[in-house]
Ligand binder design. Sequence first.
Ligand code: G4P
Length: 192
Amino acid sequence: MKLLKDRILHDGKSLAGGILKVDNFINHQMDPVLMKSIAVEFVRRFADLPINKIITIEASGIAPAIMLGYLLELPVVFVKKAKPKTMGDMYVSEVHSFTKNRTYDICVSKEFLSPDDNILFIDDFLANGNAAFGILDLVRQSGASLMGMGFIIEKSFQEGGKRLRALPAMRIESLARIKSLEVDKVSFEDNV
Ligand code: G4P
């Protein structure tokens, strides 16, 4: 997605350790006009799938997910990283983040996932993909179907993309695929 790649080149900052800082337009300060264009692109890429619900994970996935839910007029569920006191029965899965070097539980109320649901997962970054595998586990526990996953930015030099694309019957779409990140230099894969 050219608009997004141009914005990453203009406003993103490549930090040591393969981290891309995008906190002035995606995950701290947010640009809603860009976010709308991102959601329109997700609509285009997933239009042929019979999705009835969108799932994401707090915090940074919520903005693109709600924008997409608005366009498709579908409910959006965000998976929580801390167990709320008021939550009754829930599905729980453990995630180890290599990026953040910590292990945490993610949870979602049993009320909001059912075997009839065809789900699309949306998130801001795909790195090693462990958050995505945690979501897949929650969806499988509920008996729902996870049909696709859409990411704003994929770091294709990490393993997540390869691991997720090996899953059967799963559409994976990333709007900007980053081949390499050196300090002050971002290079994209040619095809997206
Ligand atoms: P992992 O297995 O290596 O942890 O990778 P995963 O794809 O599951 O991403 C885990 C978290 O790390 C995500 O945040 C993702 O947004 C963040 N992340 C990964 N690479 C980068 C990067 O280069 N830049 C930035 N800014 N974030 C990155 P999260 O756990 O969902 O938390 P939140 O930040 O959305 O609250």
